[in-house]
Ligand binder design. Structure first.
Ligand code: ADP
Ligand code: MG
Length: 251
């Protein structure tokens, strides 16, 4: 392995597996996320995306394999690594009874953020949260909650952000706001993002590189253009349909 490659991989996953009793949810996957890259994670329902992200967040213990983040082994450097990452997951919501501002303050304190007031102000401006700050989180619409979750996900200025279907429940306009926000945030901040999504135009727009999962395996990967050419299709949506419908040649 050359020094150059070692330097540019912020997340390294090797031979990762997860079994839920007898169910092999993630079978044996290896991939890297480069510094300052948005990597798309595609795959039909049940292909193992959320399980993979759960292991990368330290919420699920891998059955086998290795995860390194910022060149540190996850198992041995959990606390150090958790400071550098953050996430949006549909399964973990912000505490409902707190206001948005209280939520951001609590999370900011958990991460021990310096200049927390300024950080909250910055994210409030960027995500247009001004009118939401004093509202109770549980009473927000899903689009408003999503923006509050994004602010929480960025409160610690993470080096790596894990997004598990962040625009799944949003109407097209708010979905577009989130995509534009991610694009512009990424331009101004060094951040690596793993983006699990079923929205192919979102993935084509945001991701230089994608992983295609099926039945717990990575069955293909590359840039959207590479995959489109390789499979002789017009767009990523058609590649997705071809790969999800075909028999699983690679297993
Ligand atoms: P995806 O996010 O790609 O839809 P998941 O990672 O959620 O896929 O699920 C992968 C497989 O693991 C599915 O077959 C799912 O039913 C199974 N699975 C997920 N979570 C659990 C669990 N807690 N217990 C047992 N099986 C699970
Ligand atoms: Mg999922």
């Amino acid at each position: 392995k050359s020094l150059k490659f070692w330097m540019t991989n912020l997340v390294e996953v090797k031979n990762l597996k997860k079994n839920y009793s007898s169910k092999e949810a993630v079978k044996n996957i290896s991939f890297n996320i480069k510094e300052n890259e948005i990597l798309g994670l595609l795959g039909p329902n049940g292909s193992g995306k959320t399980t993979t992200i759960g292991m990368l967040l330290g919420l699920l213990k891998p059955t086998a394999g290795e995860i390194k983040i910022d060149n540190m082994d996850f198992e041995k450097n959990r606390i150090e690594i958790l400071k550098k990452i953050n996430f949006i997951s549909p399964y973990i919501e912000l505490p409902k009874k707190l206001t948005v501002k209280q939520n951001l303050t609590v999370y900011g304190k958990l991460y021990n953020i310096e200049n927390l007031k300024e950080r909250i102000q910055y994210l409030t401006d960027q995500l247009r949260l001004g009118e939401l700050l004093d509202r109770v989180t549980g009473e927000l619409s899903s689009g408003q909650k999503n923006r509050a979750s994004l602010a929480k996900a960025l409160i610690n200025n993470p080096k790596v952000l894990f997004l598990d279907e962040p625009t799944a429940s949003l109407d097209p306009e708010i979905g577009d706001f989130v995509r534009s926000f991610l694009e512009s945030y990424k331009k101004r901040n060094k951040i690596s993002i793993l983006l699990a999504s079923h929205n192919m135009s979102e993935v084509s727009r945001l991701c230089k590189s994608v992983l295609m999962m099926k039945n717990g395996l990575i069955i293909d990967q590359g840039t959207p253009e590479f995959l489109i050419n390789k499979h002789g299709r017009k767009n990523l949506e058609e590649v997705f349909l071809k790969l999800s419908r075909s028999g699983n040649e690679s297993s």
